[in-house]
Design a protein around this ligand. Structure first.
Ligand SMILES: Nc1ncnc2c1ncn2[C@@H]1O[C@H](COP(=O)(O)OP(=O)(O)OP(=O)(O)O)[C@@H](O)[C@H]1O
Ligand SMILES: [Mg+2]
Length: 376
């Protein structure tokens, strides 16, 4: 790079403010420290690696849902020069890691090596020659996550890669399940030592701020997810959707991850499922990722209030909404309000507040705002 580092700082700072202005908002006070820190990191990354005794310090950006964390790190990522950078979403990371581990030398099908070398090999492929890795929505819920994340951290340390993550949890709150928390304590300690922890807890969930109408046009840089709908039984589906109920003859099997799923219809880039077929059978995140790769609209009918779904069904629905939002898939929900009558004080699924925040972006005919978790 020919610029001195402070020029890269300034360019990144400007990039943040311009990106916010393009979306019609300005950087919020709670985001300012993160913008400053990310701009400094852009300057540090612009210097040749050999001029640093150590790689630039890692960053851990955390806060409740809808505080603009993903926007911060995505905008940072977009503003970095091409090459030697990588962005991964948590769900995708684990899918790719598992995909890379199975069947490669060192996996459990190969007795010559231990499983750890398979994990290292898969990590190598995921990380490539990047100098900076942006890892959105970092969380850990079970012993398998704990092992893989510990491995990831060690690899990043060894390879002098700078990590930028977002999370809904402060480091000490990661792996909330008391059964597993102790397994994660060494990694929490490492995060607290190695990473600059930035809290972006502002007063509002930005997703709940503005009325969701009119839907932003994806062709103009708006999010397709926000063009989705939540339709109750007495709603007329907006004409723009052209949603006529599927004829029985339209039923078809749709390839997902290592299986096929029974869709009610496939119409071009639209796929239509019943809630039970997608969320009340043993599907998982890799299946939703495959759907999000092939389709741009997913219609889910027969949606029940989540209090009436099974615990697994609720968790699958929460994961589906997560994937749809991250992959910018238009989601059309038909049936009941999934969030109706949720007891406000009880965590029905681990991350249902995230689901509620994401669903707040969907439009509803003649109703300006969807309900928050806890009911109308
Ligand atoms: N300063 C801001 N003012 C208004 N809207 C903002 C601001 N920053 C980000 N946003 C918008 O708020 C919405 C939510 O932001 P984002 O997805 O980054 O939240 P998040 O903190 O990652 O939430 P989650 O924890 O649920 O992943 C996005 O549409 C984003 O463009
Ligand atoms: Mg996010």
């Amino acid at each position: 790079m020919n610029f001195p580092a402070h020029k890269h700082d300034q360019a990144m700072r400007r990039h943040f403010h311009e990106a916010a202005a393009r979306r019609g908002f300005s950087v919020a006070p709670a985001q300012e420290a993160a913008v400053e820190r990310l701009a400094r990191l852009a300057g540090e990354l612009a210097r040749p690696a050999w001029t640093f005794p150590k790689p630039p310090r890692d960053l851990y950006v955390w806060g409740p849902v809808g505080r603009g964390k993903s926007w911060l790190v995505d905008t940072f990522y977009e503003g970095l020069p091409d090459g030697r950078k990588r962005r991964l979403h948590f769900h995708d990371f684990f899918r790719r890691l598992h995909g890379g581990v199975s069947g490669r030398p060192g996996s459990r099908h190969d007795s010559r090596h231990d499983g750890q070398s398979a994990v290292d090999g898969a990590l190598d492929e995921l990380i490539g020659d990047s100098r900076v890795l942006v890892f959105d929505e970092f969380h850990a819920h079970d012993a398998g996550d704990a092992m893989l994340i510990a491995r990831l951290f060690r690899t990043l340390l060894d390879r002098r890669i700078t990590l930028v993550t977002t999370s809904n949890y402060p480091p000490a709150g990661l792996m909330p399940d008391p059964l597993y928390h102790h397994l994660f304590e060494p990694t929490i300690k490492l995060i607290e030592e190695r990473m600059d922890v930035l809290d972006v807890t502002g007063p509002v969930d930005f997703r709940r701020l503005a009325a969701p109408e009119p839907a932003p046009d994806p062709a103009e840089g708006g999010r397709r997810f926000a063009t989705g709908w939540c339709l109750l039984p007495d709603d007329t589906a907006p004409a723009e959707l052209g949603l006529t109920a599927p004829a029985p003859a339209e039923a078809t099997a749709v390839p997902a991850h290592l299986r096929e799923l029974p869709a009610r219809a496939v119409r071009g880039e639209l796929v239509w499922f019943g809630f039970d077929a997608l969320c009340e059978t043993a599907t998982a995140v890799p299946d939703y990722l495959v759907l999000a790769e092939r389709f741009t609209t997913l219609v889910l009918d027969g949606v029940p209030p989540l209090v009436e779904a099974s615990a697994d069904g609720r968790q699958r629905f929460a994961n589906l909404v997560d994937v749809a939002c991250d992959r910018d898939l238009r989601l059309v929900l038909m049936g009941s309000d999934p969030l109706a009558d949720l007891p406000a004080d009880q965590a029905l699924t681990r991350d249902l507040d995230r689901t509620a925040s994401r669903l707040a972006m969907l439009r509803r005919p003649d109703r300006t705002r969807p309900a928050a978790a806890g009911g109308h």
